[in-house]
Design a binder for this molecule. Structure first.
Ligand SMILES: Cc1ncc(COP(=O)(O)O)c(C=O)c1O
Length: 427
């Protein structure tokens, strides 16, 4: 099919949309290999699979969803979300620090969204001026580009890791400061998206000190550029599989305890996804949780996000909102959910530990990787590396600047084969 086909019907922006998603096309190659009878390894997809290759499903969530009353399945949810779910989403974003943050005068508002993707869309549509650039790390989840360009937003990037000497830090603070300052000199609103902890595609999690320095950099910039509004979006798509799931709420508390007063022109917002944490990828549920000291600001954000949702997808799935609220409102069910979540986190931890060990033995230069679903190897020719691995029936995903290794999908007993394939591809 020619890419020009249908152009008479499509507007100029739509004509820029091309092709199959890289991740899905490499997954299709894996499936083709299996159908040809190969003993292929699937490191392509971004869903957590059991060692058997079946989708990992949190059985408590599945049970509660199935036993939900008919009206919770059929009825619309309120446009901004079910009240119990909105309350829960704030706790899921902030963890134990929620109470403390609220007690020291921070106001929090939440809007339900179709997955983390919906929350990212709400932020893109409302927290940046059309034509402006949003600040990202150079390695980031590919769909960010589409969410942003769909809202007529560009991208500015800074490096994922500091260059030069190896230190304990995973943050290139000087590049961050420079990029932020550049944007402040040309825009009246600056927004940055940060997928932390458990970054997709690398599995990187910032350290406690990195988080402190990062947020301090935003506070300093907000104070220095009082006429520029700053929005820091924490994409928490994988945070409940991380060692420090609520590190960002801890960091906010820590800075406030250090006597730093919150600038009026700084907003922190969390894009929450229940897809992975509750294994309900297909039920499309998440939330945008925003925190600011001024209640008038958070109230206004609640209205704007509700209206944006109404004008885009109407309301978010009621069934998932009801089910997870029901689970977390019942101590016994919540504990059972958490046992299952922990089991899945341990599977990820075991695969990651083994992968790091095997790559270390074979001198495969993978990136630092700590939590979540993925690991990453930088490469100047990622397609070549992925093709070489595919010759050995190991399927990974070549992305901009490197190869993504979907630890979430690779059975533990196949991890060694993946490290070997990478090693051979490099030789
Ligand atoms: C980094 C990142 N952010 C957000 C999402 C959104 O997920 P969903 O829309 O399925 O909740 C994903 C899903 O893969 C992701 O990897």
């Amino acid at each position: 099919m020619s890419e020009g086909a249908g152009s008479g019907f499509l507007n100029a922006f739509s004509q820029t949309k091309v092709g199959n998603d890289t991740i899905f096309s490499w997954w299709a190659r894996y499936q083709e290999a299996v159908s040809e009878g190969h003993d292929a390894v699937n490191g392509t997809i971004g869903a957590l699979l059991e060692d058997s290759g079946e989708l990992a499903i949190n059985s408590i969530v599945d049970k509660v969803v199935r036993e939900s009353p008919p009206v919770e399945i059929s009825a619309y949810a309120p446009l901004k979300g079910l009240p119990a779910f909105l309350d829960l989403s704030i706790t899921l974003a902030l963890g134990d620090m929620r109470e403390e943050l609220e007690s020291i005068g921070m106001n929090v508002t939440s809007t339900a969204s179709p997955g983390g993707s919906g929350a990212l869309f709400l932020a893109a549509a409302n927290f940046a001026d059309r034509g402006d650039k949003v600040l990202l790390r150079d390695r980031h989840w590919g769909p960010y580009d589409g969410f942003l360009s769909g809202c007529n937003l560009g991208i500015a990037t800074y490096p994922l890791l500091p260059s030069g000497e190896i230190t304990d830090s995973y943050l290139d603070i000087n590049s961050l400061k420079e990029s932020l300052s550049d944007l402040c000199s040309s825009q009246s609103k600056v927004m940055s998206w940060l997928n932390d902890p458990a970054h997709n595609p690398t599995g990187l999690s910032l350290t406690e000190q990195d988080r402190y320095d990062f947020l301090k950099c935003f506070i300093d910039s907000s104070l220095e550029h009082q006429d520029v509004s700053h929005t820091l979006l924490i994409d928490a798509a994988y945070h409940l599989y991380a060692d420090q799931p609520h590190g960002w709420a801890d960091t906010i508390c820590q800075l406030l305890h250090d006597g730093i007063s919150w600038p009026d022109n700084l907003l922190v917002t969390f894009a929450l996804s229940l897809s992975k944490s509750h294994t309900i990828y297909g039920l499309r549920t998440g939330a945008l949780v925003s925190i600011h000291p001024d209640k008038q600001v958070t109230d206004r954000i609640a209205t704007v996000m509700g209206v944006t949702g109404r004008q885009t997808w109407s309301a978010t799935s009621r069934l998932a909102q009801y089910s997870v609220s029901h689970i977390h409102g019942d101590e016994e069910l919540a504990n059972l959910w958490d046992d299952e979540r922990e089991r899945l986190e341990l599977i990820l931890g075991e695969r990651r530990e083994l992968f790091i060990k095997e790559c270390g033995k074979l001198k495969v230069p993978i990136n630092p990787t700590h939590d979540g679903f993925f690991a990453w190897m930088e490469s100047e020719d990622p397609v070549h590396v992925a093709n070489e691995c595919a010759k050995l029936q190991v399927y990974l995903v070549p992305l901009t600047g490197g190869v993504r290794i979907g630890l979430c999908a690779i059975p533990t007993d196949k991890i060694q084969r993946v490290a070997k394939a990478l090693s051979q591809a490099l030789s």
